[in-house]
Design a protein around this ligand. Structure first.
Ligand SMILES: Nc1ncnc2c1ncn2[C@@H]1O[C@H](COP(=O)(O)OP(=O)(O)OP(=O)(O)O)[C@@H](O)[C@H]1O
Ligand SMILES: [Mg+2]
Length: 289
């Protein structure tokens, strides 16, 4: 990572300043790289939460989730991908488009979790879903709900300046040019990254049978007679607070016996309160069937 000279001033302002830092900008502007640098710069003096709101190119957790990584304050060297603890919310797809409510609700509950854990700082790394009216309105609501103290816009050519005017009285707006070292990630690289993430996540998965009597269903639940739509559907088994216990890939659904067979990591069955159906059907590499 090339550390830009112009990153240093905002970082030192944030170090001694308020708590919530929201990073926004179009795709491939270096948001995640800067967010990682910020985390590294803060964690020796501050316990920090890293809220990853990008279900496509996730830093925390598998694709199709929003994740919160918690990093305790300390001298030890830090790996962004290995937080001290992780909390996940299921989005159900690799893009926030079509899943705006899930992303907003997930981000809100993850931010509340960071607050409950009393992290000194919370870094929000948002997705590059910013272009067009729907995306801009989504960004507005995500900022409104998370109430950032700082909004850092990293820009190439596309600017969110007019949108950010809505927050000039409640947050400090910091606008930075994208680093000259940013590399564009094309669709092939993005897909490859997702497949690697899925493969890693499902590496130790095996078939598990779960009785679903007494467990709630929600999300993109297929019609009851549309059995093919259940097969290979990506689902999340969630606890009573609707945080992800594990993701699973549905293999069979027996409506008579109220039993599902899924491919998943081992998990505590008694903790499952809710099954969230995602929008995609995929294999262990996340490749859509
Ligand atoms: N300062 C930097 N030094 C070296 N490489 C960088 C730097 N900033 C970004 N990159 C590289 O550019 C690519 C895109 O950066 P990054 O993933 O941080 O962008 P992003 O805005 O978060 O993208 P996305 O829209 O997918 O969320 C990555 O391969 C990253 O390693
Ligand atoms: Mg990113």
């Amino acid at each position: 990572m090339i550390i830009e000279e112009f990153w240093k001033e905002p970082v030192s302002t944030i170090k001694t300043g308020k708590r919530v830092i929201y990073i926004t900008g179009e795709t491939d502007t270096g948001k995640t790289t800067f967010a990682s640098f910020l985390l590294h710069s803060l964690h020796k003096e501050c316990s920090t939460g890293f809220l990853d709101c990008d279900p496509g190119q996730t830093t925390i957790g598998p694709p199709c989730t929003a994740g919160l990584g918690i990093y305790e304050k300390g001298e030890k060297s830090l790996d962004v991908k290995k937080p001290d603890s992780v909390y996940l919310r299921f989005i159900g797809s690799t893009t926030p488009a079509g899943h705006l409510i899930q992303t907003l609700t997930g981000a809100k509950h993850l931010a509340e979790k960071a607050m409950e854990l009393k992290t000194d700082k919370l870094i929000v790394d948002s997705s590059g879903f910013v272009k067009g009216n729907i995306a801009r309105e989504f960004q507005y609501h995500l900022m409104d709900i998370l109430k950032p103290d700082y909004i850092i816009e990293i820009y190439h050519t596309y600017s969110l300046k007019s949108l950010l005017l809505n927050f000039t009285q409640s947050a400090e707006i910091i606008r930075m040019k994208a680093s000259g070292s940013v590399k564009q990630k094309n669709q092939v690289l993005r897909r490859q990254y997702r497949e690697d993430q899925f493969n890693h996540y499902f590496k130790s998965a095996s078939e598990v049978t779960l009785e679903y009597k007494g467990i709630g269903f929600h999300g993109r639940i297929p019609g009851i007679h549309n059995i093919p739509a259940y097969t290979d559907r990506l689902i999340a088994l969630c606890n009573r607070n609707h945080f992800v216990i594990t993701l699973g890939i549905m293999k069979e659904m027996d409506i008579q016996k109220k039993v599902i067979k899924i491919l998943s990591r081992p998990f505590p069955k008694e903790k499952v309160a809710s099954i969230h159906f995602g929008s995609i059907q995929c294999n262990q590499s996340g490749i859509h069937s």
